[in-house]
Design a protein. Structure first.
Length: 366
């Protein structure tokens, strides 16, 4: 092994531990709290606020992030390969020592008595119990070492992530970070955004069991753009990929990042204030949306005037659920009534079609 590669490996491991120990100073803080507590930045352990959470650790101690990374590293050293069973065993033994800072999601999984017999199943059970919404960062925080093992990086990142995190957002994130580290350490390459998009393994991981049109609609709802237009732009840069993969790739990335994007949109909307006339016009459908985004209501209204098939309305309903805009438990009748009240000019043209697709609409995730 070249000295330069060895230096990068050592630097990555030390970097994780040092960054984790220093990062404890801002863990669970909002941006405003960070600015208030560290107006000049945080560069020394002695600067850390000693509140209830942080005072449990000593100066320079790392957290569960590095603990779990070391569980993976020790398993690789022992087996001279990536063996998920050994890693799961190390996770369980570490858990038995009652570590500090472990997240609720990971705690619930490792607390299962038969975790080691089928860790992926245990993780899936906890994910299902969260209504398939739980996607914390416990997988990505420990994944740096996976990129240092220069074999089957994407596959190994997925296998290790799924020991505790089933959601495909977690899997996709781990694959990307592990590939970025691997390319930089072993190939001295810094992947561009376009190269990240072209990772077919990421697309495959992210879109298992998902319908392209449904996810494209979800991306459109959040970003107000046609996924087809985005696909056409990407096709100019990556001619070797086909259009179907473009849709998968861009939709997966949009869904991966929509949470933070949408929070910004919502705050901007709240700061601008609401137009009384707009509220009077769109109130019924607007109240369905968790974001209360009037521009989204307007876009949907324009779209419904052009889309009159039951399948297209089904995609809209499902996408609104998948993006968290409406609850999966919302009665279909309420959705239909809201559409009728807000978009009367379109309602009569598709009310018959939507009735034909009632079964699909009622069970969007079957």
């Amino acid at each position: 092994m070249k000295d330069s590669v060895k230096d990068k490996i050592v630097g990555c491991l030390y970097g994780q531990a040092v960054g984790d120990a220093l990062g404890l100073g801002t863990e669970f803080m909002s941006k405003d709290e960070v600015k208030r507590n560290y107006p000049n930045g945080l560069s020394e352990y002695s600067q850390m606020v000693q509140d209830y959470h942080r005072k449990r650790w000593g100066k320079g101690d790392w957290t569960d992030d590095t603990d779990m990374m070391l569980c993976i590293a020790k398993a690789i050293i022992k087996d001279r390969c990536i063996n998920p069973k050994t890693i799961a065993h190390n996770f369980k033994q570490w858990f038995k020592n009652k570590p500090m800072g472990i997240g609720r999601h990971t705690y619930n999984i490792l607390a299962l008595s038969d975790y080691e017999s089928n860790p992926e199943k245990a993780a899936e059970i906890i994910w299902i119990l969260s209504n398939k919404n739980s996607a914390p960062n416990g997988g990505i925080m420990r994944t740096s070492v996976v990129g240092l093992w220069n074999e089957d990086v994407a596959e190994n990142a997925e296998r290790i992530c799924k020991l505790t995190h089933t959601d495909t957002r977690c899997i996709g994130s781990c694959v990307i970070i592990s590939e970025l580290i691997n390319h930089f350490v072993w190939h001295n390459m810094q992947l561009s955004f376009k190269e990240i998009l072209s990772m077919s393994d990421f697309a495959a991981n992210y879109f298992k069991g998902k319908e392209n049109d449904r996810m494209a609609m979800a991306a459109w709802i959040k970003y107000g753009q046609s996924p087809e237009l985005i696909v056409n732009e990407l096709s100019k840069a990556m001619v070797e990929q086909n259009k179907r993969k473009y849709r998968n790739l861009i939709s997966s990335l949009l869904k991966l990042f929509w949470d933070k994007f949408f929070q910004r949109r919502y705050l901007q909307y709240r700061e601008r204030g609401k137009s009384n006339n707009q509220i009077a016009t769109d109130n019924t459908f607007l109240t369905l949306l968790s974001s209360q985004d009037e521009s989204m209501v307007k876009r949907i209204g324009e779209w419904t005037s052009r889309q009159c098939t039951g399948m297209s309305i089904a995609h809209l309903y499902i996408a609104l659920i998948e993006t968290g805009e409406i609850s999966s438990n919302m009665p279909l009748t309420r959705f239909v009534d809201a559409m009728r009240a807000s978009f009367p000019q379109s309602y009569h043209s598709w009310c018959t079609a939507i009735a034909e697709k009632r079964k699909l609409l009622a069970k969007p995730f079957a």
